[in-house]
Structure formats: C-alpha cells, structure tokens
Design a protein around this ligand. Sequence first.
Ligand SMILES: C[S@@+](CC[C@H](N)C(=O)[O-])C[C@H]1O[C@@H](n2cnc3c(N)ncnc32)[C@H](O)[C@@H]1O
Length: 276
Amino acid sequence: MERPAWAPPGIDISVPSVSRIYDYYLGGSHNFEVDRQTARRAMEFMPGLPKIMQANRAFMRRAVRHAVAEGVTQFLDIGSGIPTFGNVHEIARAATPQARVVYVDHDPVAVAHSRAVLTGDEHTDIVAADLRRPKEILAAPEVGRLLDLGRPVALLLVAVLHFLEDTDDPYAAVAELRDALAPGSLLILTHASYEGIPLPEEVAGGTVSVYRDIRNPLVMRTGEQIRGFFDGFELLEPGLVSMPDWRPDRAEDGADAESPEDPYAFSGFGGVGRKA
Ligand SMILES: C[S@@+](CC[C@H](N)C(=O)[O-])C[C@H]1O[C@@H](n2cnc3c(N)ncnc32)[C@H](O)[C@@H]1O
C-alpha cells in the first residue's frame, strides 16, 4: 500500500478520513486510495458532491473578505481541513496584512500538512483539537498567543458541524465558543442538509450511508435546526441561504467560482451571524 512521505507516522492509511475525502473532491493530492474509493462511492449517489464543496469554499472566501471589510482581522477556523487552494489565512492576508489565523482540526493529516504549510508564518498556527471539547481549543497556547479574545474574532465552523451527532451536543459546543468571544464577533457557518439537494432524499441518503459506513456519520439538519446554531448571533443579510446565494461575487471568486446554474451548488446552507 502507498505510504507517501507526508503521511504522519502512526496514522492508519487503510482507514478513510473525512478531511482526505474532502481534499479529493477539491482536486487536492493529500488523499489515499481508500479515501478516493469512499469518495467515488459517495458520488455514485450524488455525482455533484465536488460542486457542493466548491460552493462551500467560495462561500468561505466571500465571508472571510466580508469579515475583514467589517474590521474583523482575527480568525478561529475549527475543522479547517487539509490546506488546498485559497485558505483562510491567504484570503484574509490578501485583504489585510494584520490578519491572524488559528486553525483547528482533529485529523492528524490535516494538522501535519497545515503545520508544513505554515512553517515560518508568525501570524498563523494550527492546533490539534476537537470541536466537541471547546474548552481545550480556547485554552490552547496558540489561541492565547495569536488571538485577542477581548476584540472581535471571526469563528469559522465551515462544513464541520454536520460531523457532530446530536449526542455530541453541537449546540452546547457552539454556545461555549460564542460565550468566549467579544461582541462584534462573527460566526461563519455552512452545514449539509437535504434541503436544496436536487435529488430525492432516499437517493441522497445513499451518500449519508457511505459516511456512516466509515464511522464518520454525516448529520443532515434542516434549515431550522441549522439556524439554531446562530443563537446569540444576529444573522447578517441575506440570512441563512444556499451557499451561492450568500452575497455572490463572481468577479472576486474568479475561475473557482461556483457555477450558479449547477443545481448541486445550491445544496446545504451558509450564513454569517454577528454577536450582539
Ligand atoms: C469537510 S472538511 C471542511 C474543511 C474546511 N472547513 C472547508 O470548509 O473547506 C471537515 C473538516 O472537519 C474536521 N473535523 C470533523 N470533525 C471534527 C471535530 N470534532 N473536531 C475538529 N475537526 C473536525 C475534519 O477532520 C475535516 O478536516
């Protein structure tokens, strides 16, 4: 079995991982055969999955630019994934040299690759931690060193909350993070949903079963349930919408922009809220 030099020691490369599957959908090179096989199985049910991922990344970039335009230059990106093209620190840094970013992921490959990409960058770092344990994230030395929690922070929970099951109490995790943030902080969030998917629920459900098989259940929530994550935040216009509908800016997103005519791009939800 292939074992590239970048694979951190100790990881089992025969077990698929959510971050490497996502890397494959986005055309990245940090994935193994087992990840590609899983991604292809999921795409048998939903061939448009890569379009959803591209729409997700394009939303994230627009939301980060919006944060900087609001004067928010500190970012806490939880479930940040394997760095590919157009990462948060690159987008934010292009908008302001003052940008500071702390990435958080629980996947060793995402952490190792982020660390490699960020070597020598004094304003950005990566923490190996779990969204289900927000206290550990908030207490991380990297957070203390790079972020001033007395000033607004943009908290990114982009395509990650749907990997937390209800028994993980994702609403409590988000509330704990919210309570640690200063007024004016932003919550930038996307989440998978059966709403908007251009397929019958039983067909899209095939993709959900693929993630269940790899013991990383994908929890599809309704728009109403996803809106619940914004408790204590005021949703900015246009509210919680399909990702391509959130302040579209095709000029900025350039060649990587989602194609609005592709119905898959309109699956799931994205939104930005501001803490009062
Ligand atoms: C679909 S990727 C999204 C990456 C990036 N946020 C984006 O939208 O481009 C989901 C990431 O969340 C991470 N993740 C899943 N559950 C997590 C948890 N409980 N704590 C921290 N990270 C988690 C995975 O390892 C993966 O890298």
